[in-house]
Design a protein around this ligand. Sequence first.
Ligand code: SF4
Length: 267
Amino acid sequence: MSAKVRHILGLSGGKDSAALAVYMRDKVPEMEYFFCDTHKELDETYDFINRLEARLGIHVQRLEAEKGFDHFLELYNGFLPSAQQRWCTIMMKLKPLEKFVGDDDAISYVAIRADEKRIGYVSTKPNIKPEFPFQKDGIVLADVHRILEESGIGLPEYYKWRSRSGCYFCFFQRKIEWIRLQENHPDLFEKAKAYEAAHSDGRKYTWNDGETLDQILARKDAIIADYEARQKKLRENKPNKTLLEVLQMETDNPSDDGEKPCFMCML
Ligand code: SF4
Protein backbone atom coordinates (compact mmCIF):
# COMPACT_ATOMS: atom_id res chain seq x y z
CA MET A 1 0.00 0.00 0.00
CA SER A 2 1.40 3.43 -0.90
CA ALA A 3 2.07 5.93 1.91
CA LYS A 4 -0.34 8.73 2.47
CA VAL A 5 0.30 11.98 0.60
CA ARG A 6 0.55 15.00 2.88
CA HIS A 7 -1.08 18.31 1.98
CA ILE A 8 0.80 21.38 3.16
CA LEU A 9 0.20 25.11 2.91
CA GLY A 10 2.81 27.66 3.90
CA LEU A 11 1.69 30.94 5.42
CA SER A 12 4.09 33.82 4.94
CA GLY A 13 2.12 36.31 7.01
CA GLY A 14 0.97 37.97 3.80
CA LYS A 15 -2.52 38.31 2.38
CA ASP A 16 -2.34 35.84 -0.53
CA SER A 17 -1.31 32.80 1.50
CA ALA A 18 -3.85 33.77 4.16
CA ALA A 19 -6.59 33.90 1.53
CA LEU A 20 -5.45 30.54 0.20
CA ALA A 21 -5.79 29.06 3.68
CA VAL A 22 -9.39 30.30 3.77
CA TYR A 23 -9.99 29.07 0.22
CA MET A 24 -8.61 25.57 0.87
CA ARG A 25 -9.78 24.95 4.43
CA ASP A 26 -12.94 23.08 3.49
CA LYS A 27 -11.54 21.64 0.27
CA VAL A 28 -8.67 19.83 1.99
CA PRO A 29 -9.61 19.23 5.63
CA GLU A 30 -6.37 17.35 6.35
CA MET A 31 -4.24 20.34 5.29
CA GLU A 32 -1.14 20.99 7.40
CA TYR A 33 -0.45 24.71 7.75
CA PHE A 34 3.02 26.01 8.52
CA PHE A 35 4.86 29.27 8.98
CA CYS A 36 8.65 29.49 8.67
CA ASP A 37 9.63 31.79 11.51
CA THR A 38 12.94 33.58 11.03
CA HIS A 39 12.39 35.34 14.38
CA LYS A 40 13.01 38.55 12.44
CA GLU A 41 9.42 39.17 11.43
CA LEU A 42 7.27 42.12 12.40
CA ASP A 43 5.01 41.79 15.43
CA GLU A 44 2.11 42.50 13.07
CA THR A 45 2.95 39.31 11.18
CA TYR A 46 2.86 37.18 14.33
CA ASP A 47 -0.45 38.80 15.28
CA PHE A 48 -1.86 38.03 11.84
CA ILE A 49 -0.88 34.35 12.03
CA ASN A 50 -2.51 34.11 15.47
CA ARG A 51 -5.64 35.78 14.09
CA LEU A 52 -5.80 33.30 11.22
CA GLU A 53 -5.56 30.37 13.58
CA ALA A 54 -8.32 31.72 15.77
CA ARG A 55 -10.67 32.66 12.92
CA LEU A 56 -10.20 29.50 10.87
CA GLY A 57 -9.85 27.10 13.77
CA ILE A 58 -6.62 25.74 12.34
CA HIS A 59 -3.23 25.02 13.85
CA VAL A 60 -0.25 26.64 12.17
CA GLN A 61 2.96 24.78 12.79
CA ARG A 62 5.87 27.19 13.42
CA LEU A 63 8.97 25.96 11.63
CA GLU A 64 12.38 27.37 12.37
CA ALA A 65 15.96 26.82 11.38
CA GLU A 66 18.17 24.99 13.85
CA LYS A 67 20.23 28.13 14.25
CA GLY A 68 19.23 31.77 14.00
CA PHE A 69 19.95 34.46 11.39
CA ASP A 70 23.02 35.75 13.23
CA HIS A 71 24.59 32.31 13.18
CA PHE A 72 24.18 32.05 9.41
CA LEU A 73 25.41 35.60 8.91
CA GLU A 74 28.63 34.60 10.61
CA LEU A 75 28.79 31.43 8.55
CA TYR A 76 28.46 33.53 5.39
CA ASN A 77 31.35 35.65 6.57
CA GLY A 78 29.19 38.66 7.37
CA PHE A 79 27.76 39.01 3.87
CA LEU A 80 24.23 40.30 4.25
CA PRO A 81 21.79 38.34 2.09
CA SER A 82 20.67 39.99 -1.13
CA ALA A 83 18.49 39.22 -4.14
CA GLN A 84 21.54 37.59 -5.72
CA GLN A 85 22.71 35.77 -2.58
CA ARG A 86 19.48 34.76 -0.94
CA TRP A 87 20.95 32.44 1.64
CA CYS A 88 18.38 33.58 4.21
CA THR A 89 15.51 32.07 2.24
CA ILE A 90 17.36 28.81 1.74
CA MET A 91 18.63 28.39 5.28
CA MET A 92 15.70 29.84 7.20
CA LYS A 93 12.69 28.91 5.09
CA LEU A 94 13.41 26.23 2.52
CA LYS A 95 15.48 23.90 4.68
CA PRO A 96 13.08 23.93 7.65
CA LEU A 97 10.26 23.18 5.19
CA GLU A 98 12.16 20.25 3.69
CA LYS A 99 12.94 18.93 7.17
CA PHE A 100 9.26 19.22 8.09
CA VAL A 101 8.26 17.15 5.06
CA GLY A 102 11.16 14.71 5.24
CA ASP A 103 10.79 11.92 2.70
CA ASP A 104 7.01 11.96 2.74
CA ASP A 105 5.19 12.64 -0.49
CA ALA A 106 3.56 16.03 -0.18
CA ILE A 107 1.54 18.48 -2.20
CA SER A 108 2.54 22.04 -1.38
CA TYR A 109 -0.18 24.60 -2.11
CA VAL A 110 1.27 27.92 -3.26
CA ALA A 111 -0.72 31.16 -3.34
CA ILE A 112 0.51 32.73 -6.56
CA ARG A 113 -2.48 34.49 -8.09
CA ALA A 114 -3.79 34.24 -11.62
CA ASP A 115 -2.98 37.92 -12.22
CA GLU A 116 0.70 37.79 -11.34
CA LYS A 117 3.85 36.24 -12.58
CA ARG A 118 6.23 35.38 -9.84
CA ILE A 119 9.22 33.20 -9.51
CA GLY A 120 10.92 32.08 -6.37
CA TYR A 121 12.35 29.25 -4.46
CA VAL A 122 10.46 26.01 -4.62
CA SER A 123 11.81 22.85 -3.17
CA THR A 124 13.65 20.78 -5.71
CA LYS A 125 12.95 17.65 -3.69
CA PRO A 126 10.98 15.33 -5.97
CA ASN A 127 8.63 14.27 -3.16
CA ILE A 128 7.31 17.86 -2.74
CA LYS A 129 5.02 18.82 -5.61
CA PRO A 130 3.74 22.40 -5.86
CA GLU A 131 0.16 23.20 -6.76
CA PHE A 132 -1.22 26.63 -7.61
CA PRO A 133 -4.98 26.68 -6.89
CA PHE A 134 -5.40 30.43 -7.44
CA GLN A 135 -3.81 30.22 -10.87
CA LYS A 136 -5.87 27.17 -11.72
CA ASP A 137 -9.13 28.80 -10.61
CA GLY A 138 -8.43 32.29 -11.96
CA ILE A 139 -8.31 33.94 -8.53
CA VAL A 140 -7.02 37.52 -8.82
CA LEU A 141 -6.18 40.29 -6.37
CA ALA A 142 -9.76 41.52 -5.97
CA ASP A 143 -10.83 37.95 -5.09
CA VAL A 144 -8.13 37.73 -2.43
CA HIS A 145 -9.40 40.92 -0.80
CA ARG A 146 -12.97 39.65 -0.97
CA ILE A 147 -12.02 36.27 0.55
CA LEU A 148 -10.22 37.92 3.46
CA GLU A 149 -12.98 40.47 3.97
CA GLU A 150 -15.78 37.93 3.95
CA SER A 151 -13.96 35.60 6.32
CA GLY A 152 -13.59 38.42 8.83
CA ILE A 153 -9.81 38.07 8.78
CA GLY A 154 -9.00 41.23 6.86
CA LEU A 155 -5.47 42.36 6.14
CA PRO A 156 -2.38 42.28 8.33
CA GLU A 157 -1.89 45.52 10.27
CA TYR A 158 1.39 46.30 8.52
CA TYR A 159 -0.54 46.88 5.30
CA LYS A 160 -1.18 50.39 6.60
CA TRP A 161 2.44 51.20 5.82
CA ARG A 162 4.03 48.27 4.00
CA SER A 163 2.64 45.86 1.47
CA ARG A 164 4.88 42.83 1.98
CA SER A 165 5.39 40.26 4.65
CA GLY A 166 8.87 39.07 5.56
CA CYS A 167 11.74 40.01 7.83
CA TYR A 168 11.84 43.59 9.07
CA PHE A 169 15.21 44.05 7.37
CA CYS A 170 14.28 42.35 4.12
CA PHE A 171 16.43 43.65 1.27
CA PHE A 172 13.43 43.41 -1.04
CA GLN A 173 11.95 46.45 0.67
CA ARG A 174 11.68 49.50 -1.45
CA LYS A 175 13.16 52.77 -0.24
CA ILE A 176 9.75 54.07 0.83
CA GLU A 177 9.25 50.95 2.95
CA TRP A 178 12.54 51.55 4.75
CA ILE A 179 11.31 55.08 5.49
CA ARG A 180 8.03 53.69 6.80
CA LEU A 181 9.88 51.10 8.88
CA GLN A 182 11.81 53.90 10.51
CA GLU A 183 8.56 55.76 11.25
CA ASN A 184 6.61 52.74 12.51
CA HIS A 185 9.34 50.70 14.17
CA PRO A 186 12.33 52.96 14.85
CA ASP A 187 13.86 50.26 17.07
CA LEU A 188 13.83 47.74 14.20
CA PHE A 189 15.28 50.31 11.82
CA GLU A 190 18.16 50.80 14.27
CA LYS A 191 18.66 47.04 14.47
CA ALA A 192 18.76 46.82 10.68
CA LYS A 193 21.33 49.63 10.68
CA ALA A 194 23.45 47.75 13.19
CA TYR A 195 23.79 44.89 10.70
CA GLU A 196 25.34 47.34 8.26
CA ALA A 197 27.90 48.55 10.77
CA ALA A 198 31.56 48.01 10.02
CA HIS A 199 33.00 44.62 10.88
CA SER A 200 36.10 44.38 13.02
CA ASP A 201 38.23 44.09 9.87
CA GLY A 202 36.69 47.25 8.40
CA ARG A 203 34.34 45.61 5.88
CA LYS A 204 30.93 47.22 5.46
CA TYR A 205 27.76 45.82 3.95
CA THR A 206 24.52 47.52 3.09
CA TRP A 207 20.98 46.19 2.66
CA ASN A 208 20.60 48.31 -0.47
CA ASP A 209 23.00 48.52 -3.33
CA GLY A 210 25.45 51.32 -2.74
CA GLU A 211 23.41 53.18 -0.12
CA THR A 212 23.36 52.83 3.65
CA LEU A 213 20.13 53.10 5.64
CA ASP A 214 21.34 56.42 7.03
CA GLN A 215 21.81 57.72 3.50
CA ILE A 216 18.31 56.56 2.59
CA LEU A 217 16.93 58.32 5.64
CA ALA A 218 18.77 61.49 4.69
CA ARG A 219 16.86 61.45 1.38
CA LYS A 220 13.54 60.88 3.12
CA ASP A 221 11.68 63.90 1.72
CA ALA A 222 12.75 63.16 -1.86
CA ILE A 223 11.84 59.46 -1.52
CA ILE A 224 8.37 60.29 -0.19
CA ALA A 225 7.78 62.92 -2.89
CA ASP A 226 8.84 60.46 -5.59
CA TYR A 227 6.64 57.72 -4.16
CA GLU A 228 3.61 60.02 -3.92
CA ALA A 229 4.08 61.19 -7.49
CA ARG A 230 4.13 57.56 -8.69
CA GLN A 231 1.01 56.76 -6.69
CA LYS A 232 -0.78 59.77 -8.13
CA LYS A 233 0.13 58.74 -11.65
CA LEU A 234 -1.00 55.16 -11.07
CA ARG A 235 -4.31 56.34 -9.62
CA GLU A 236 -4.87 58.65 -12.57
CA ASN A 237 -4.14 55.82 -14.99
CA LYS A 238 -6.31 53.32 -13.10
CA PRO A 239 -9.23 55.36 -11.73
CA ASN A 240 -11.29 52.26 -10.99
CA LYS A 241 -8.72 50.69 -8.69
CA THR A 242 -8.88 51.01 -4.92
CA LEU A 243 -5.96 52.53 -3.06
CA LEU A 244 -4.97 49.06 -1.89
CA GLU A 245 -4.97 47.73 -5.42
CA VAL A 246 -2.79 50.61 -6.52
CA LEU A 247 -0.39 49.84 -3.66
CA GLN A 248 -0.30 46.22 -4.75
CA MET A 249 0.41 47.18 -8.35
CA GLU A 250 3.46 49.02 -7.12
CA THR A 251 4.56 45.99 -5.14
CA ASP A 252 4.06 43.69 -8.11
CA ASN A 253 5.82 46.11 -10.44
CA PRO A 254 8.39 47.84 -8.30
CA SER A 255 9.97 50.83 -9.90
CA ASP A 256 12.76 51.81 -7.54
CA ASP A 257 14.56 48.52 -7.06
CA GLY A 258 13.29 46.34 -9.87
CA GLU A 259 13.19 43.14 -7.82
CA LYS A 260 10.21 40.98 -7.04
CA PRO A 261 10.15 39.19 -3.73
CA CYS A 262 10.11 35.43 -3.62
CA PHE A 263 7.01 33.56 -2.67
CA MET A 264 8.60 31.62 0.18
CA CYS A 265 8.57 34.86 2.15
CA MET A 266 5.89 37.08 0.69
CA LEU A 267 2.58 35.81 -0.42
S1 SF4 B 1 11.86 37.96 4.09
FE1 SF4 B 1 13.64 38.71 2.95
S2 SF4 B 1 15.31 38.71 4.48
FE2 SF4 B 1 13.68 37.38 5.29
S3 SF4 B 1 14.21 35.32 4.61
FE3 SF4 B 1 12.84 36.19 3.06
S4 SF4 B 1 14.17 37.12 1.49
FE4 SF4 B 1 15.39 36.76 3.37
